[in-house]
Design a protein around this ligand. Structure first.
Ligand SMILES: [Cu+2]
Length: 209
């Protein structure tokens, strides 16, 4: 988890790098892929919505300045985005529509996720080893905590509880699009109020320019 977070902060626009230790113990950049734009989203749960509703889950954008609002996510047009979603939510939530268990609109139609259960903190030179990264085309509905869905881009990424998800998608032409989560993770009798209904929590805009 820490490794992924650090990578999300450190990678700049237009250059996705792979870091590996050299024989001398230094960290060197060993390869680069031009034209991939990094977007790191973080889902946290202990966000006070108001005194009536209490806490609600929310998406944030992780930047070099820390966590920023997800109300307006800016992305470059006609670009491949590498999105990393770090989900600290350890509970599942029902889908509004079961079709959203399927991955849609990503490159190869897949996502790769690593679950916290697979983190082994006792092995490896770094002390943290991530195992069990799995590439899938769908996620069992009872393991889904949230989705990251942009209907206008035909994009749906189901996010398993307690996981880190990596996927690639193309932005296409410029425009302002709606993103939302499709699980009943908000407030109210059907779980679609509160966070689900509020920009910067479980919905917002994606400004592609
Ligand atoms: Cu949600």
């Amino acid at each position: 988890m820490l490794v992924l977070l650090a990578a999300g902060i450190g990678i700049g626009w237009g250059f996705q790098s792979t870091v590996a230790p050299s024989s001398g113990g230094k960290i060197t950049v060993t390869s680069g892929v031009q034209g991939t734009y990094p977007l790191t989203l973080v889902i946290t749960t202990e966000n006070t919505y108001n005194s009536t509703v209490g806490t609600q889950p929310a998406y944030y954008v992780l930047t070099s300045e820390g966590l920023q609002s997800s109300a307006n996510i800016s992305l470059p047009a006609n670009t491949t985005v590498k999105v990393t979603i770090v989900c600290y939510d350890d509970g599942n939530a029902s889908l509004v529509n079961n079709q959203y268990a399927n991955v849609q609109g990503t490159i190869n139609g897949t996502i790769t996720y690593t679950n916290n259960d697979d983190v082994n903190s006792t092995q490896g030179p770094s002390g943290i080893v991530l195992n069990g990264g799995e590439t899938v085309t769908k996620v069992p509905p009872d393991l889904i905590a949230h989705t990251f869905t942009i209907p206008s881009l035909n994009l749906n990424i189901p996010v398993p509880l307690n996981s880190t998800v990596v996927a690639y998608f193309k932005t296409g032409s410029a425009g302002s699009y709606i993103w939302y989560c499709d699980t009943e993770c908000g407030a109210g009798p059907t779980g679609v109020l509160g966070a689900m209904d509020t920009p910067g929590w479980m919905t917002g805009k994606v400004d592609v320019a």
